[in-house]
Design a protein around this ligand. Structure first.
Ligand code: BDR
Ligand code: CA
Length: 308
């Protein structure tokens, strides 16, 4: 049976391709998409969700939610994702079926679902934390929460030490990570371990519709941003890698570990800390992705995204 999936997301180019990957993967059924403030304010991310669904021609529409904005929403990531968050493509917004408040929607799905739900968090964790505030952790039928976030042994991308999704709401991240829910973290250490180059983009050259065409439209801008801001002649598809973990966990390695978020540091606010000591006195509170089969993962992502 397909995994019942709720995706909290702030599209965003890599978010858009992560959503496209989800709709091209029979292992999952996208039950709901909720927009979070992050790459852009939540309302703009919501608009992008409608744009992506329209572009992909998704007929079996998921439920839609929109989260509240976090005060840092002024510090968006338009320089990486474009003024519209989708590479300045300004795709048409075909339909706007009603959006519920994200935490209310997620809470009602988790408490009402007979099957366990996987929550995939591709944005700052505001709405996930709000959901926990609303229903606690005992009530929901949660398979696991897979989080793209954190930077343990690599530099951050929002500050010298903090990864964007955690930096933009460290208190929410701390609450979620320390909750008793089964948490899997896919950190920047992993997502930056896979670089997609122009040669890889060839996979999309013949795609006339759907995910592959979306990739063709979005990736050139994203590549320019990676060249300009990271000096990298290729792109990192952070949210796509985290999404691939949900569908194909066998490609990845994980370990249980203790992890927490710095919420006070003068310079290090939003930094994630993992206890990697060989013998740790701290009980593990999360599962962290630590490695992957690079060839298998790249093939999985490229073949799924170019599937028409
Ligand atoms: C994360 O930050 C966002 O800009 C991306 O969409 C991804 O979720 C990577 O640090
Ligand atoms: Ca994202």
């Amino acid at each position: 049976m397909a995994i019942k999936l709720v995706v909290d997301t702030d599209p965003g180019i890599d978010d858009a391709l992560a959503i496209a990957l989800s709709f091209n993967s029979p292992e999952v059924k996208v039950h709901a998409l909720t927009a979070a403030g992050g790459n852009l304010p939540a309302e703009e991310c919501l608009k992008n969700i409608y744009r992506i669904l329209g572009f992909l021609g998704v007929r079996d529409k998921p439920l839609i939610g929109v989260g509240r904005d976090w005060p840092r929403s002024g510090e968006d990531a338009r320089h990486i994702h474009g003024k519209d968050g989708l590479a300045n493509t300004y795709l048409p917004v075909f339909s706007r079926n009603a959006a519920e408040p994200a935490a209310k929607l997620i809470a009602s799905i988790l408490t009402g679902s007979p099957e366990p739900v996987t929550l995939l968090a591709l944005a700052p964790l505001t709405s996930v934390a709000d959901t926990i505030d609303r229903i606690g952790t005992a009530e929901g039928n949660v398979e696991r929460v897979v989080i793209m976030g954190g930077a343990f042994h690599v530099p951050g991308n929002a500050s010298p030490t903090a990864e964007f999704n955690i930096y933009h709401n460290p208190e929410a991240a701390r609450l979620v990570i320390n909750s008793p829910l089964p948490i899997v973290i896919v950190p920047l250490d992993i997502t930056t371990g896979l670089v997609f180059t122009v040669r890889d983009f060839d996979a999309f050259s013949r795609c006339r519709t759907g995910a592959g065409k979306l990739a063709r439209n979005l990736l050139p801008f994203y590549l320019q941003a990676h060249r300009r801001y990271l000096g990298l002649d290729g792109v990192h598809l952070h949210d796509v890698v985290a999404t691939a973990f949900v569908m194909a966990p066998e490609i990845f390695e994980t370990k249980k570990a203790w992890c927490d978020v710095e919420i006070e540091g003068e310079i290090t606010r939003g930094t994630t800390v993992i206890d990697d000591r060989p013998i740790s006195p701290k009980a593990p509170n999360v599962e962290v992705v630590t490695g992957f089969d690079a060839e298998a993962l790249k093939n999985f992502i490229l073949s799924r995204l170019s599937r028409e």
